[in-house]
Design a protein around this ligand. Sequence first.
Ligand code: BLA
Length: 519
Amino acid sequence: NNTASSVDLTNCDREPIHLAGAVQPHGALLAFQLGDLTLRHASTNIPQWLGTMPEPGTPLASLLDDDSVLLLHKVATGLRAVVRPMQLRSRAGESQASLSAAAHVYKGMLIVELEQPRVANGTSKKPEELSLPLQLTKANQRLQQCLSLPELYQAITDEIRDMSGFDRVMLYRFAEDSHGEVIGESVVAGKEPFLGLHYPATDIPEQARRLYVLNTVRSIGDVNANPVPIVPSCHADAELPLDLSLSCFRAVSPIHIEYLQNMGVQASMSISIVIDNQLWGLIACHHYSAKPLLLEERAACEIMGLVAGNYLSARVQSEVNKERVRRRQHYHHVLDQITRITNIWQSVEKIWPDLREIVEASGLAVATDRKCHLIGSTPDTQTVQAIIKRLEARPEDATKIWSTHSLAESFPELSTQTVGAACGCLAVRLFAPDVNWLLFFRDEYVSEVTWAGNPEKSTIKSGDGVRLSPRKSFEEWKTTVHRQSRRWSLVDREMAEELHSGLMELLSLRAAELHRLNE
Ligand code: BLA
């Protein structure tokens, strides 16, 4: 029921957002060729920082003072692509205040981005406002005290809102299918909450998500500001425009600008939560007026992203571990019982209460090619045999552990009547003479999803076919999902693996013993 995800002719996933060719106007950019460190590209607002517009080919050393050049040499010869914050001084104005800058090396270029220093910007700091290091300390202390995941979600959004001053801060978590849900939120009084809302995967296209793993803070200062071009847009020696993947001020995709405008948002920022090198989620922030962030603020957000990611992954891991311990007790109980019985077929009812807990199933089919025994909520015998027949047609290693949360999707040809309430199936294939298959089933789990706007409305017809465009309306839109079970989790699959090896060992020991007795 989300046709947007089934459209494959998308313009979104293909937009080369890293080659934007422009910066947001609150920053300026210089790109030098690695090696001779001569200028290749500059944004046309550079005169606001350096007084003049340097020509391509100008050496770095003639633009900035000796100390600055030394610092940048270190970045240029560094081994890792890190974005290094620093203070620089222009060669022309040695008496001038220093320039806030961030420098990094990417794809053969030394990229230097300049911005206003924090104090000179004239931000009126309230006397009670803490300095950024103290705010970070306070935030870290609060996250450390959280004892549950929901408490942690709330603390992360509260602390980031307190520190950054954004009107709305959300914790946005990606699901397996890349759509997302707002699982934590802190918002100014008078604005409607977005907590619990779901957004389709197409709202954040694939290449943007890839970029956010590399560049973890994305600040959009003002959706109404005109981007400043980088010249020349494509250097004579290069095939492509300058790669802005790690840039702080990369101009924003016009499609996303339209999206934020449709939402009524003027500035945004997202901080990536990266766990095990995967984009777990984003801390998505909105502001209802312009809000360009300064170097120090972005740096503090970057640290908060790391800190929040560490607490989240530790807490998620500890809940998973607790669950594993609980299930393993049932697993050992099952093995224990099996060692004491001679015939699995006669005793399976007795071990079922423990067996079902191992993978949280509502039904089980134990089967060989001739026999089939059903317990709990399962499809009828014929349907079970039809499923097994289809699984046996697949390669053995693909079916050792096989699972689906929608039998109807995996085997559309099966009749819904005979499948019954069972919608999910986790199959464990045993290569033993008396039992070939354990098929665990899960009942239907009817879920209601509240979307921010009809997700199908992101598809519009245009001249040559289907195009994706940001939704105009974010009014709540409910969909109900039928004929699916709860998804089988990583722990479910891991436990099925353990059960597989445990049973294989037991059953083959037993076969060997029988063989010995028969000799
Ligand atoms: C980027 N889309 C983003 C970003 C977010 C969202 C958070 C990262 C940039 C930012 O922080 O603003 C989406 N924002 C959301 C969601 C919420 C939110 C889901 O606050 C929920 C509360 N967008 C579309 C369609 C396309 C699209 C149909 O809706 C493509 C046709 C594109 N989104 C798009 C692009 C970017 C983006 C290209 C990258 C912007 C950039 O980094 O330049």
